[in-house]
Every structure is written in structure tokens, then in C-alpha cells.
Design a protein around this ligand. Structure first.
Ligand code: ADP
Length: 301
């Protein structure tokens, strides 16, 4: 199985085409415009291209291990700014591990890694992990509000940790974050209530608000809606779509319809390898690799 490098395609994005898009609905994004079907992938000199230099995150030849178990094999995959990239693949193929490598949570989970990851051109290994994780926030599968804190305190927690003492500014940011997370209208009259009093979907949006409060650049989402009912899932998906104007989003999902609905680009992983990375539309209509086709048509996984 060969690892696939998408840079050839992504490198063809021009500066103006990298701007946040104004498309009004998922599935019709301006990100789809600049890349022509059939364009070659993995051009060897893509790393020198100006468009690639504009990638928010550049990952090269990542090998990730848990002890002697290799969870990722030579994965090179680049994340454009202000886009949603979905990572799909069967259980155990390394999706979450890849995500955790991006903000160095993999090492917290007891893993090791080789290869390089750059955020805005800077190696993540050179960054203070606390600052890195502020810039690259994470939302988990199971909503995890701080159980003893109110809704307000949950959102303000990261700000306090970062030394914010100004109460008025804190209140502004809490409101703004809850609004961005599409939760404000539902909780504005009950900010003092426990975060745990909210429904599962509301708790997940609360966790997104908590992540947004510290002003990240990238948001990693690991199956953020897999524990939610369809209505809450739809809200989270709408939210993801709206957030990409301001953030770069990488979402792990095993729900292919969800990947098709929310993402601009999709990466298909299989047994630790990146098999194919392309515009979401291409992955789901004209995948280049047979393994991708077999997976998206439900032949395995
Ligand atoms: P996915 O997100 O695609 O389900 P993961 O990234 O969670 O896959 O796992 C990739 C591989 O790493 C799997 O073989 C899994 O068993 C292994 N793995 C994941 N987490 C750990 C861990 N904490 N300790 C040991 N092995 C792990």
C-alpha cells in the first residue's frame, strides 16, 4: 500500500483562492473551484510552491508509535487554512492518532513520533506545548464540560488559566464564544447553571465555546457528533461549516455522509497509511484508489 501525497493538488490553489469562502451551503464551496479533476498528485517539488507555503499545517513522513506498535506509516498531508479537512477510514486506522500528533497530544497519550509537523511554517516540536494547544484546540468525541463548573465558568476556564483577570473582558469573550458556538440564545438566561445540566448536544457546543474562548487558529475535532442524536448532530455540522470562515478545522469522522456534508477536503486512511487525499467531492464521486472506492461504497469498514 502506497502513501499518497496530495500536495500536487493543494499546491495549485492560488493566494486568492485560499481566502475563506463565502459559499452559503456545504457541498458548494469555492475550495472546489481551482482544482481540476485528473490533476496529478504528489508532485515532488510541491514543497517549494508558494501555495504550499501558505498551508496552515504541513505534515511530512509521520510515523507514530505506541511502544513498538506503529499506528501511522509515512503520512504526509497538508491542511489548508480556513478549510474543513475530514479524516475518514475504518476503526483503528490511525485517524485519532494523526489528529493527536498535530497538537502533540500523542506524546501525552504515551506515544512517540518521527517526521515533521509545521504550524505556519514553524515546527510544532519547537513550540511550548501549552501555547501550541491554545493555537490548536481540540474537541473530543464525548462532551467533557468541567463537572463542578457553571456554563459561564466552563467557557471562562481557559481564559483564567491564561491569566485573564479583567471581568468585563472575560464576560465579553464568554458571550462571543457562546454565540460563535451557536449556544448563546439557549443559555444566556442560565449561565450560572451547571454545564452538566445541558443536553448532550448543548454540552458539546459548550465544549466548542470553551475551545473558541482562547482564540485558537486550528480546531481538531475527534468524532464530535458520534454520541449525539440527529438534530444535535445537524447543529454541530452547521456550526463546523460556519466556523471555517475564522478557523482551520480537521475533523475525524467515521460517518461518511458527515464528511461529505461538512468538509472541503477528505483524507482516507487505512491501516495507518494515507491512501488518498483530495477534494471531498472527488473522494466521494471519483476516488482515484480502489481501496477508497471499496471503503466509501461500504465493501469494508
Ligand atoms: P482510529 O482513530 O482510526 O480508530 P487510532 O488512531 O485510535 O485509530 O488507533 C490507531 C492504532 O493505534 C490502533 O491499532 C490502536 O489499537 C492503536 N492505539 C491507539 N491508542 C493506543 C494506546 N493508547 N495505546 C496503544 N495502542 C493504541
Amino acid at each position: 500500500m502506497q502513501s499518497v501525497n496530495p500536495e500536487g493538488r493543494l499546491a495549485t490553489l492560488k493566494n486568492d483562492e485560499m481566502e475563506p469562502n463565502n459559499a452559503s451551503s456545504p457541498g458548494m464551496t469555492s475550495a472546489e473551484q481551482p482544482i481540476q479533476p485528473g490533476q496529478p498528485v504528489g508532485q515532488p517539488n510541491a514543497v517549494q510552491s508558494p501555495a504550499l507555503a501558505m498551508m496552515k499545517i504541513v505534515t511530512k513522513n509521520i510515523e507514530a508509535y505506541f511502544g513498538r506498535t506503529r499506528a501511522l506509516r509515512n503520512v504526509s498531508l497538508d491542511i489548508p487554512p480556513n478549510r474543513v479537512v475530514a479524516i475518514i477510514g475504518p476503526s483503528g486506522c490511525g485517524k485519532s492518532t494523526y489528529l493527536r500528533c498535530l497538537n502533540r497530544m500523542h506524546e501525552v497519550a504515551g506515544g512517540t513520533m518521527t517526521g515533521s509537523i509545521q504550524l505556519d511554517g514553524e515546527p510544532v516540536l519547537d513550540l511550548d506545548p501549552v501555547i501550541l494547544r491554545r493555537r490548536v484546540g481540540m474537541v473530543f468525541q464525548k462532551a467533557n464540560p468541567f463537572p463542578t463548573m457553571s456554563i459561564y465558568e466552563n467557557v471562562a476556564a481557559g481564559l483564567r488559566l491564561n491569566g485573564m483577570r479583567n471581568k468585563r473582558r472575560t464576560a465579553e469573550i464568554v458571550e462571543q464564544s457562546l454565540q460563535r458556538a451557536a449556544l448563546w440564545d439557549e443559555v444566556k438566561d442560565s449561565l450560572g447553571k451547571s454545564g452538566m445540566s445541558l443536553s448532550g448536544g448543548q454540552q458539546q457546543r459548550l465544549c466548542i465555546a470553551r475551545t473558541l474562548a482562547v482564540d485558537p487558529e486550528v480546531i481538531l475535532m475527534d468524532e464530535p457528533a458520534s454520541a449525539l442524536d440527529p438534530i444535535s448532530t445537524a447543529k454541530i455540522e452547521e456550526l463546523i461549516y460556519s466556523l471555517k470562515d475564522s478557523y482551520t478545522i480537521v475533523i475525524v469522522t467515521h460517518n461518511m455522509q458527515q464528511a461529505a456534508r461538512v468538509s472541503d477536503f477528505t483524507a482516507f486512511f487505512y491501516v495507518g497509511e494515507l491512501i488518498e487525499y483530495d477534494l471531498t467531492k472527488n473522494i466521494f464521486t471519483t476516488p482515484a484508489k480502489k481501496q477508497t472506492e471499496d471503503y466509501i461504497t461500504g465493501r469494508f469498514g
